[in-house]
Write a protein that binds this ligand. Structure first.
Ligand code: NAD
Length: 479
């Protein structure tokens, strides 16, 4: 747990080695948040007039610096409990995203002008001003750069509040940007409230849970500040009856649930299998987990699943499994263990069978190394079950027939559907990502993700009043 006390700030302990202090950050009070926001506002007045290509250049240079920087992945592994190879992957992906954004931003934000029989219309993309980014701990580097990159490219400046559960690596990453453009304030809900509700903040970009999202939305509403919300998910996986499930497919399916110990918004959180294939898939799943799931210390390169983030999270996840067992479900332990489980917040990965759709392990976001395997009888039935509930982040469908998979995927109530994969292996820098229903609104990645950070403003000269125009009655609507 982070300890937040006046004087000591936030102390971050390694969740795999309790008692090992990874680092400390100071807590920003409301006065410090105010100074950061006002300084960001001053800097933005110059930054917004810098040509788009030069603004994009800042992203490219930060990407190069990130790729060259040493030690960030290890620091992230120690503060978050994610396996170090995953952390290296996240850092590489984040650098690739910055390069992608740098390449595409100038065109995305370019003026568009039409001059035709209806008149002359200029559309321009105006930055908001100061963007507040409030981010979670589970993939802090990429989830922060998905906000800071487009914010800067569009001509905004940024104030970032990282999660107190993983504040260290992302702070080091943000030091690779010019300091006047990106400021960091640390703390928990209080600091987040001061930032989201600050009247000089013009856009809030948030990734995290629904409860915090609601509180941030309420704080921002007082100043009529728009909010982008990337919230949680309860992603369904639907294996159609013709799904190709060789070893590589099964390995990918297993890690779609257990990467980052299941603590990923778009993890595969419930797996639906045709009843006729259920026993075979269950056995293949357990065999795949024996190949892929190694619970251990994040700095051990054999480890693929680390501890969960905190003692509270471990308790909550074990409670979900115990509740499923009380309802008559079975929990099958998966993979192998290389850790001394008493040294950290380790939770043994399990596959749950025999759970009903109403069990919380199925109906809610478990956000831990637990996944239910569920039989179904027909496609309409499984689609209705997949779409049940308030969340709609990701989903996936697995089939040997790609057209059949696409036809099925169109019917998901999800912001993003994967075909024959799920979770990070399905990501694309060019594909917009975000939720529908209560999983939030706003998009990251792709051109849509860039455009969230600018407002389209118009200048219009109606043809009727241009030189030689026919005019129009005072107060008339154009035809
Ligand atoms: P969280 O909501 O507890 O915290 C996220 C951030 O909000 C942190 O910086 C935290 O300090 C801050 N915060 C918390 N309460 C606040 C309040 N009342 N006012 C202002 N700020 C506040 O989330 P977490 O535990 O860090 O992450 C887990 C959740 O995030 C899960 O639900 C997960 O699905 C979701 N998530 C979503 C995505 C996505 O892209 N949709 C990605 C990753 C995580």
């Amino acid at each position: 747990m982070p300890v937040s006390e006046p004087g000591t700030g936030i102390v971050r302990e390694n969740p795999a080695r309790l008692g090992e202090i990874v680092g400390r950050v100071p807590v920003a009070d409301a006065a410090r948040v105010d100074r950061a926001v006002r300084a960001a506002e001053d800097a933005q007045r110059d930054w917004r007039d810098v040509p788009a290509a030069e603004r994009a250049g800042v992203l490219s240079r930060a990407a190069d610096a990130l790729a060259a920087a040493g030690g960030i992945a290890e620091l992230l592994a120690r503060e978050s409990g994610k396996p170090v190879a995953d952390c290296e992957g996240e850092v590489r992906f984040a650098a690739a995203y910055l390069r992608w954004a740098a390449e595409h931003a100038p065109a995305a934000y370019a003026d568009r002008e039409v001059d035709d029989a209806a008149g002359r219309l200029l559309l321009r993309h105006r930055p908001y001003g100061v963007v507040a980014a409030i981010t979670p701990w589970n993939a802090p580097v990429i989830l922060t750069l998905l906000k800071v990159g487009p914010a800067l490219a569009a001509g905004n400046t940024a104030v970032v509040k990282p999660s107190p559960l993983a504040p260290l690596a992302v702070t080091r990453v943000l030091e690779l940007f010019p300091p006047e453009l990106v400021r960091v304030v640390h703390g928990g809900a209080g600091t987040g409230q001061a930032l989201a509700g600050h009247p000089r903040v013009h856009l809030v970009a948030f990734t995290g849970g629904a409860e915090a999202g609601r509180a941030i939305g309420a704080a921002a509403a007082a100043a009529i500040t728009p909010v982008l919300l990337e919230l949680g998910g309860n992603d369904p996986v639907v294996l159609l009856d013709d799904a190709r499930l060789d070893d590589a497919d099964m390995d990918r399916l297993v890690m779609a649930s257990f990467a980052t110990a299941g603590q990923v918004c778009m993890a595969a959180k419930r797996v639906y299998v045709p009843r006729s294939r259920f026993d075979d898939v269950r056995d293949a799943y357990v065999a795949a987990a024996a190949r892929t799931v190694v619970l251990g210390d994040p700095l051990d390169r054999e480890t693929t699943v680390g501890p969960v983030i905190s003692a509270d999270a471990a308790r909550r996840i074990r409670g979900l499994v115990a509740d499923a067992a009380r309802r008559g479900a079975s929990a099958v332990p998966l993979g192998s263990v290389r850790a001394d489980l008493t040294r950290g917040h380790f939770v043994r990965p399990v596959l749950v069978t025999g759970a009903g759709d109403e069990a919380p392990v199925v109906s809610g976001e478990q956000f831990g190394p637990v996944v239910p395997l569920l039989p179904y009888d027909g496609e309409d039935e499984v689609l209705a079950r997949a779409n049940a509930g308030d969340l709609g982040l990701g989903a996936s469908v697995w089939s040997a027939d790609e057209d059949r998979a696409f036809a099925f995927a169109r019917r998901f109530e999800a912001g993003f559907a994967f075909v024959n994969t799920h979770n990070r292996t399905g990501m694309s820098l060019r594909a917009p990502f975000g939720g529908v229903k209560r999983s939030g609104h706003g998009r990251e990645y792709g051109a849509e993700g860039l455009l969230e950070y600018a407002q389209t403003c118009a200048v219009h000269a109606p043809a009727a009043f241009r030189a030689g125009g026919a005019g129009m009655g005072a107060g008339a609507y154009p035809s």
